[in-house]
Design a protein around this ligand. Structure first.
Ligand code: ADP
Ligand code: MG
Ligand code: MG
Length: 922
């Protein structure tokens, strides 16, 4: 039996690939993202310092075996180290030519800053002396050595950072210098000694001098960090499972701090904020990796490297191109230049804003790097959602500036507008958000991995230090939290819990507005406005491609006569203005127009009430005649706005009492009048009260409403249908193509439809004859009562279309009243895992979904071209949309604002179920 392989050299990626069965994703799972990409770069000839990866399987085995290395792992690690020694010509622990390595964590998914890296392993008192001999640079060697003791102390031995930082600060103070760069060789030498004493003092043993002990302990520390609190928090927030484990990468050290022909930096191959195709990053000459991210010194923009190290810069550009071509993705890279020689230390898919993501996907498709389908799949519906999110109202922002409320500016690290009360530490921030329900903004000099829970609870994040690649910026971008970093004018006083810019003081709990798009911070609250879609040309392009995918015949496997394209996206719109917005957002139909909203308008409500309170048929007819022109005009406007696209209009749905004042109020008024002896108008009020009492029902949701009301009191819907068809006829006469579809709500038995639908169709025909025009129309029903779903075959013998009213269908299938459920127990159910999701947000596929699936099948068995859709909130939810694709809906209909999200989600479903995936591209 061959020995289990726990360790892979960077040059052994082929073996790893073979072991996992060829999929790159599985290689990443085995070697971690960092390790897999270091190996991949090695394979394609990008310069990477020699090294190896201990697998995530080794980590899992270590954690499972009670914190013991699995058999042979350590031997393999030592073996791999031998190979690295051969490749570098150096020897680990050998004073005459010591090999130094870094020990780096790296899980399948990049978890920025979540786990720790130890640099310069292999240094001890002897090898340090040897290195001094070799380099002749005592300062460099002891700077490296004290970093090792410090990182080892904090990462491996769990000492607080401050134990070292405080000593360093005190040392500088005594010496009267400000910056680390002012310290010389002797300083670092004595600080190294002091740091070693700190270890002894805190731990009761010496900093390990044996390099192999260092390596072993560091490897263990990385393994253990997988189960550290901050790693667990991050995984919970990012939805990463806890059983993946982390790999350990051992990498030959290269030094960016070996003088002024050395340096180190980080870069994105495209701008992660707006997606522009240009190198974007920072570097520092004569510095080690961590310095750039830590923001200790002021970094340089990457373009400047051209002047300081032209050869290495050109090589770097070529490598960036090569990596983008290879991965077909924007890359986020780390590099170090050691005495003029360029080394790549990391590459990964770069995190980016939603805006950048869309631009990059579209441009890469146009560049031919990826297909349009891949571009579509690379963008999530949530990202589209972010792009349609509110921004600060530019006019009010301008006034705020004139009023001197612009407080500070910094780097626009993560876009969006945030208004909230400020807090200065993660715990308080989280508590105020969760317990007090406040909108909070976390303000820190900079953030660390321990702050993530506070950042996630925040509406916005503000730091006074750090740049576009700082921890705060990276995390904020990933989670879509608006963020401004490096607002250097702000002085934060963590003790007094306040911040100031000159004499402008803001205390904890006070309000500010953070504009992550522009990098500005304002005092007080600034109102927000929704952005327009028209300006977002890249998004429009992407959505156009999404529509093309959905419109392709054969995207869906389906029985004869069913739709084989993807889903169409329609919108719910009650007014012509909504319909126009829906059109501009790309809706190709209206799936729900709620006519009763029109009844509530101030000039109409009295007529509606008069109609309800009528004592004779003639009175009622008169009131309805008065309403007719209003409704006709409403509908005509809709048909004109939706020229050529279907418009589903739902006949009156709610119980009549909703149009009357409340019982309690009216009763009170009547009693007060009687008590006060007021007679003026008392009779009318009493009559009103009597009517309200007559219409009062103990459970109106299940009472006289929808089709039942239409059967009991047909005059209202007869008026509505006349208005619909007269409006459609008028629009037709003006040259528009009207396609009315009349939707009857709340059907439970086919006989209900049989009574009412023919009566209404007669009116439709009569109007067309009167007006002398013809246009296509349909009559159909909502499926929102379980009995209707159960008898879909019969219902479809009358109804020409179905529209799932999933809100009511969910209420009635579960027996929940939504408002009561959400107020009293539903959220707890979801939190406790009794229900996997809120069924009012995502369709409950097993229950409600089963009824839907059945309805489509049985409905189409009766009427094969039955048009099926969904209206209501679920129509804008990506998971529910996917379900609608599966069961064979023609369309989903949602709020106009969610139409772009639904268009993308519909394309995702079409591609996914056709078996098209991103990986197939590569
Ligand atoms: P993180 O996940 O926090 O980015 P890394 O493992 O990438 O951690 O390392 C932290 C820093 O140390 C980075 O700037 C990286 O480039 C640098 N670094 C890691 N290994 C080496 C090495 N062998 N030589 C030089 N710098 C290194
Ligand atoms: Mg790290
Ligand atoms: Mg890194």
């Amino acid at each position: 039996m061959t020995e289990k392989k726990w360790v892979y050299l960077f040059s052994e990626v082929d073996q790893a690939e073979k072991y996992v069965g060829g999929k790159w994703d599985d290689v990443k799972a085995l070697l971690g993202g960092k390790g897999a990409n270091l190996a991949e770069m090695t394979r394609i000839g990008v310069p990477v310092p020699p090294g190896f990866t201990v697998t995530t399987q080794a980590c899992n085995a270590y954690l499972a075996e009670g914190y013991n290395f699995p058999a042979k792992m350590w031997e393999q690690e030592l073996q791999a180290l031998k190979q690295v020694e051969n490749l570098t010509g150096k020897k680990f622990g050998d004073a005459s030519n010591p090999l130094l390595v870094s020990c780096r964590s790296g899980a399948k998914f990049s978890m920025p800053g979540m786990m720790d890296t130890v640099l310069n392993l292999g240094l001890n008192d002897e090898t340090a002396a040897g290195m001094v001999q070799l380099t002749g640079d005592t300062r460099f060697v002891y700077d490296a050595y004290r970093r090792l003791v410090q990182m080892f102390g904090s990462v491996v031995l769990d000492l607080p950072d401050e134990a070292f930082e405080d000593v360093l600060e005190e040392y500088k103070k005594q010496k009267g210098v400000k910056s680390d760069t002012d310290l010389d060789a002797e300083d670092w030498k004595s600080l190294t000694k002091e740091f070693q004493q700190i270890v002894r003092r805190h731990k009761g043993f010496d900093f390990p001098q044996d390099p192999f002990d260092q390596l072993r302990l560091a490897t263990e520390a990385v393994f253990k960090s997988w189960n550290g609190k901050r790693a667990i928090d991050y995984r919970n927030a990012a939805g990463i499972t806890h059983d993946l484990g982390t790999a350990v990468n051992i990498v030959t050290m290269v030094f960016g701090n070996m003088g002024w022909n050395s340096g180190t930096g980080v870069a994105f191959t495209r701008d992660p904020a707006n997606g522009e195709k240009m190198l974007y990053g920072d570097y520092l000459m004569n510095a080690q990796g961590e310095d750039v991210v830590a923001g200790i010194r002021n970094t340089q923009k990457i373009e400047n490297l051209q002047n300081e190290a032209p050869v290495a810069y050109q090589q770097f550009l070529d490598i960036c191109d090569k990596l983008e071509d290879h991965y077909r993705e924007m890359q986020d890279v780390e590099f170090t230049i050691e005495q003029g020689k360029l080394w790549m230390l990391q590459t990964r898919d770069g995190k980016r804003t939603a805006k950048a993501a869309v631009r990059i996907a579209v441009e890469m498709a146009n560049e031919g790097l990826i297909s349009k389908e891949t571009a579509i799949l690379k963008i999530t519906p949530e990202q589209v959602d972010t792009l349609l999110h509110p921004q600060f109202d530019p006019k009010i922002k301008k006034t705020a500036k004139e009023e001197n409320r612009l407080y500070a500016t910094g780097v626009n690290a993560s876009p969006g507008a945030a208004v909230g009360q400020i807090y200065f530490d993660a715990d308080t921030t989280e508590r105020m958000a969760k317990e007090e329900g406040q909108n909070v903004i976390m303000v820190r000099p900079f953030t660390k991995p321990d702050d993530v829970h506070g950042m996630l609870a925040s509406k916005g994040i503000l730091t006074s230090e750090g740049g576009a690649t700082s921890h705060a910026a990276v995390v904020a971008r990933q989670f879509g939290v608006p963020c401004v970093v490096g607002a250097a004018a702000i002085r934060i006083d963590l003790e007094k819990r306040q911040m100031s810019v000159n004499d402008k003081l803001v205390k904890e709990g006070e309000w500010i507005s953070v504009d992550g798009t522009s990098g500005e911070v304002f005092l007080g609250k600034i109102p927000t406005v929704a952005p327009t879609l028209e300006e977002q040309t890249d998004l429009l392009t992407l959505l156009k491609w999404a529509d093309e995918v959905c419109a392709t015949k054969g995207m869906r496997k389906a029985p004869e006569g069913w739709p084989t394209t993807g889903l169409q996206v329609w919108a719910n719109a009650d007014y012509p203005a909504d319909a126009r917005r829906a059109r501009s957002y790309g809706a190709v139909g209206i799936g729900l127009c709620r006519t009763e909203h029109m009844f509530f308008e101030p000039e109409r409500l009295p007529i509606v009430q008069q109609m309800i309170l009528s004592e004779t048929g003639a009175q009622r007819k008169a009131a309805l005649d008065e309403l007719l022109p209003y409704q006709r005009a409403d509908f005509q406007g809709l048909f004109e706005a939706m020229d050529g696209y279907p418009v589903i209009i739902r006949l009156i749905d709610p119980p009549l009492h909703e149009f009357l004042p409340s019982l309690e109020e009216t009763l009170e008024e009547v009693i007060t009048m009687r008590v006060k002896g007021e007679t003026d108008g008392l009779e009318d009020k009493e009559k009103l009260l009597k009517n309200i009492q007559l219409l009062h029902e103990s459970n109106p949701m299940m009472g006289l409403r929808g089709i039942r009301l239409s059967i009991v009191m047909p005059e209202i819907v007869e008026m509505q249908v006349r208005a619909i068809f007269e409006g459609a006829a008028n629009a037709t006469l003006k040259g528009f193509l009207a396609k009315p579809e009349v939707m009857i709500p709340l059907t439970g038995h086919v006989n209900e439809l049989k009574v009412i639908q023919p009566r209404l169709e007669q009116i439709a025909k009569a109007v067309m004859t009167e007006k002398g025009v013809e246009f296509p129309y349909k009559f159909g029903t909502m499926i929102e009562i379980p009995r209707a779903a159960l008898t879909a075959a019969e219902i479809a013998s009358v109804a020409e279309f179905f529209s799932f009213g999933t809100n009511d269908l969910t209420q009635m299938t579960y027996g929940y009243s939504r408002d009561d459920a959400e107020r009293n127990f539903l959220l707890k159910y979801v939190e406790d895992g009794i229900l996997p999701k809120n069924p009012f947000q995502t369709i409950d596929q097993e229950g409600v979904g089963r009824l839907m699936d059945m309805s489509v099948k049985e409905g189409r068995a009766t009427r094969v071209n039955l048009e099926v859709g969904i209206c209501g909130e679920h129509g804008g939810d990506p998971l529910s949309i996917d379900f609608c694709h599966i069961i064979g809906n023609n369309y989903v209909s949602c709020s106009p604002f969610r139409v772009p999200i639904a268009r993308l989600a519909a394309a995702h479903s079409a591609l996914k179920h056709k078996g098209v995936s991103i990986a197939a591209d590569l």
